[in-house]
Design a protein around this ligand. Structure first.
Ligand code: NCD
Ligand code: ZN
Length: 346
């Protein structure tokens, strides 16, 4: 006996596709199941101008396997030198959907991020004016702040002041990992949403650190303690339209993960939807999966719900695929720690 559910084709509101050989290998893993994704601009060098976003978009579309339909929603990487006119033109032409704020040094390839938030005020004001959303990596980088507190401190010291200074700015708190993040989003009257990743619904910090260190569970923002994970699950499965899926699928080769200084990122593109179906089912909220993966984000961004559909089917649990191969080397797929009963019917 198998159970099936049908959903509009989902969107991923936070995705790392990389470039070159890595992009060619990981792109089909997303395009197979997702109609659109917000593409992170943290390449080396980062995507900072409209021209760079256009070239990156072309490379993605060229790498898309024949027969797959997928729309990359491009972003610009905000720097202290971002030209507001270039940004506004890229937004007006439909080339970019959002702009990404990385505090300098917060995560992978974020060296060109923002140090002095006062310097980007004019750009943020312009974004509010033209209705271009800001996607925020919400962690302070101050070495005095404990890594597990960096999201909560960012809300007080950086995000809330930015939102007060530029009230019309639409903001997405990316990959929230704390009950504080959930509460802050719920406290806002309008113009604030948050993405939640697949893996932060599954792991807490014990999964990374107990019984030997697990580099494949290390990502940024780092998973927090169990009560935060439970707050995220409640937010994701609770039906509140301010929360939507952004997988933050962030592939790194095994050699870059399994190193004395391993990269941050979990690669969840291949199995996010089956994992999420299981999570929502466990929490008695299977009927709310559609909102989280296919409706809430589109509504926040003012885009239509996708017209196609996907079917998920439940049968006997099967082990998850462990890795994919790329010309740069193997990339390990996120292991949820349990066999998956759900699969996408293809
Ligand atoms: C991301 C990456 O590898 O680009 N890593 C991660 O752990 N999420 C960067 C990011 O989104 O922070
Ligand atoms: Zn990310």
């Amino acid at each position: 006996m198998s159970t099936t559910i049908r959903l509009p084709r989902p969107d991923d509101w936070h995705l790392h596709l990389r470039d070159g050989a890595m992009m060619r290998a990981v792109l089909p893993e997303t395009a197979r199941d997702f109609a659109r994704a917000i593409i992170m601009p943290n390449l080396v060098p980062p995507v900072v101008t409209g021209a760079q976003a256009a070239a990156y978009r072309d490379r993605i579309l060229e790498a898309l396997p024949a027969g797959m339909v997928f729309e990359p929603l491009m972003t610009l990487y905000l720097t202290e030198d971002t030209d507001p006119d270039d940004l506004a033109a890229a937004h007006a032409s439909g080339l970019i959907t959002a702009v990404k704020l990385y505090p300098a040094g917060a995560t992978t390839n974020s060296a060109s991020g923002v140090r002095d938030f006062a310097k980007v005020r004019p750009v943020l004001d312009r974004m509010a004016e033209i209705g271009c959303p800001l996607c925020v990596h919400g962690e302070v980088t101050d070495p005095d702040v404990d890594i597990f507190d960096r999201e909560a401190v960012f809300i007080d010291r950086v995000l809330d002041p930015i939102r007060r200074a530029t009230p019309g700015l639409r903001v997405v708190m990316e990959h929230i990992t704390t009950a504080d993040g959930v509460a802050y989003v719920q406290s806002a009257e309008s113009g604030l949403g948050a993405t939640i990743t697949t893996h932060h619904l599954i792991i807490n910090r014990n999964h990374i650190l107990v019984d030997g260190i697990k580099p494949h569970y290390y990502c940024l923002p780092v998973a927090k303690r169990e009560d935060h994970r439970l707050a995220l699950r409640k937010a994701a499965t609770g039906g509140d339209a301010r929360f939507f899926l952004g997988t933050d699928s962030a592939p790194h080769t095994d050699s870059n993960k399994l190193s004395a200084c391993g990269c941050a990122g979990c690669f969840t593109a291949p199995n996010s939807l089956p994992i999420l179906a299981q999570v929502f089912e466990e929490d008695g909220a299977l009927d709310r999966l559609e909102g989280f993966v296919a409706r809430h984000g589109a509504a926040f961004y003012g885009l239509p719900v996708n017209s196609g559909s996907i079917t998920l089917s439940k049968s006997d649990p099967t082990p998850t695929p462990t890795h994919i191969n790329t010309d740069d080397g193997p990339v390990t797929v996120f292991d949820p720690g349990f066999d998956l009963s759900w699969r996408v019917v293809r």
